[in-house]
Design a protein around this ligand. Structure first.
Ligand code: BG6
Length: 490
């Protein structure tokens, strides 16, 4: 897909402009869009922060953060970028702040995007106040960060309130994994090539593994993470979205409703995890102290409960693994093993499509199982696609060995744009294809809710795992019970 350009003037109001997400991702993404000349010159960014800050200190803050998080700042371009930024200091729960915002936005561009990079409990208040100040017009868009709510009920309440002030077509629920280059490439490989589609089903695919592993711990985000955990932070959204992109039927076009209709069908077809399956098919973990590999060697890191801001008796999940099943013709009997965790052995994100073994083996192989074809979509740290196949070992014997075909985007654009660059440009342009519709989000909560409820009610504790490992022993067992191994052991 061609990277979009923002061709119209716009105003982007960034709530939570000095928060972790804005500093790490949103401001750098806007800077790179500016650097690549992809923003309309009359595009303005309104940074909304607490009333104690001013423009000067905010600009200093984002400059430091840009260096800290590795943005390649070219001083001259940075100077021209920050000319787009205006600052508004206000308290999000006080009406007076919105009156000030309304005044500043007088004569704003037609396209006004309100980006909510704050806790989702504030979304209704923000929407209501924008409405009360008459700032919303038919071209306005509101972007909502995940997780929206903490379960089905709270998610529904937030959506309903926001929907009183914005039409569904104006509500952009963002999941940045959908903006990642390899996820786009997954669609391209599936739907722009005819060779995969015939194999893309339960007749040929043994199982699918989707992993998002991080080496970082909770960092300075305990305030958010303690009430959230890995299931709400990663599984209910990022992992399920990757599952949808892998499993959905071909949409009739790339129009938002075609794509979202197909994704929602997948989520609705997910088999509910209830009863004994809550113990058999779900693993919940929390990290202990351990050694993490860094570029400067090994580092001893503390357990989750000793992280700043975390309670000593916290049961928050920092790891979750699930055996998900899709009850439809294409996927009946094909498990989708999903897992994510913090403080794991390495930072990576991969979708592994494990094909079935050949029905009858003619050749000598070391291990027939590990040599079945495998298609791996790697989203990070580097992006690329590889296909594992078998070839003859050179020599007299008729022996075969595995070989890998790499489908990297070699020769294409050097810097792989961050997911937020694409999604911010899409939001400003009013292209909702890669954003979630309400029914998608609510179906995802519906699937996740029984697990969350079980964790609350039963005498359930997360299983400890050492930092620097691949998670609790139960995670290995989840696949071993089915005679399978996670990708790193294969
Ligand atoms: C965010 C989560 O949505 O995704 C974080 O809130 C997580 O906890 C992050 O670290 C991972 O994103 P990425 O793109 O770095 O894999």
């Amino acid at each position: 897909m061609r990277m979009p350009d923002v061709t119209e003037p716009f105003d982007l109001v960034l709530f939570g402009a000095s928060g972790d997400l804005a500093l790490r991702k949103l401001i750098p993404a806007l800077y790179y869009l500016h650097l690549d000349g992809r923003l309309h010159e009359e595009g303005r960014i309104w940074a909304v922060t607490r009333s104690t800050t001013n423009l000067e200190s905010y600009l200093e803050h984002i400059k430091q953060a840009a260096h800290q998080y590795g943005t390649e700042v070219e001083p001259k371009i940075w100077q021209s970028f920050i000319r787009r930024i205006r600052h508004i200091g206000m308290d999000l729960d006080k009406a007076s702040g919105y009156a000030k915002l309304a005044k500043k936005l007088q004569g704003a561009n037609q396209r006004c995007v309100f980006y909510c990079a704050v806790h989702s409990r504030l979304y209704p208040e923000i929407s209501e106040q924008l409405f009360a100040q008459n700032i919303i017009n038919e071209h306005s868009i509101i972007v909502l960060e995940k997780p929206i709510g903490s379960d089905y009920q709270s998610g529904q309440a937030i959506n309903r309130r926001v929907a009183e002030f914005f039409d569904e077509s104006q509500i952009y629920r963002i999941d940045h994994y959908l903006g990642k280059e390899t996820v786009q490439n997954l669609l391209a490989l599936r739907f722009a090539n005819s060779i995969f589609e015939h194999q893309w089903n339960q007749r040929y695919i043994d199982h699918v593994q989707i992993t998002i592993s991080e080496t970082v711990g909770v960092e300075q985000r305990a305030g958010f993470y303690e009430g959230t955990g890995a299931l709400r932070d990663m599984l209910q959204n990022h992992l399920l979205q990757l599952l949808c992109m892998t499993a959905m039927e071909p949409p009739s076009s790339m129009a938002p409703e075609s794509v979202r209709d197909e994704k929602v069908k997948v989520i609705k077809a997910l088999k509910p995890i209830v009863g004994d399956d809550l113990l058999d098919k779900v693993v919940r973990g929390q990290y202990e102290a351990g050694l993490i590999q860094t570029k400067d060697g090994n580092e001893m890191v503390p357990r989750y409960r000793d992280e700043p801001g975390v309670s000593q008796d916290s049961y928050t999940d920092t790891f979750v693994a699930v055996k998900a099943e899709i009850d439809n013709w294409r996927w009946a009997g094909v498990p989708f093993y999903l897992r994510t965790g913090k403080r794991l052995a390495e930072r990576s994100c991969e979708i592994v499509i494990q094909f079935k073994e050949v029905p009858h083996s003619l050749f000598e192989m070391q291990n027939k199982k590990t040599m079945a074809n495998k298609l791996v979509f790697r989203l990070q740290p580097d992006e690329g696609v590889r296909l594992q196949m078998c070839e003859k070992r050179i020599g007299n014997h008729m022996q075969v060995r595995p070989m890998t075909l790499s489908l990297n985007n070699a020769g294409q654009k050097k810097r792989v744009p961050d997911a937020y660059e694409r999604l911010l440009a899409d939001a400003i342009n009013g292209n909702a294809t890669l954003f979630l519709r309400e029914d998608e989000l609510m179906s995802a909560w519906q699937w996740a809710d029984p697990i969350l409820q079980f964790w609350q009610q039963a005498d359930q504790r997360p299983e400890p795992y050492n930092s620097g490992s691949w998670g609790p022993a139960a995670s290995t067992l989840l696949l071993a019970k089915d005679g399978r191994l996670w990708q790193e052991n294969n």
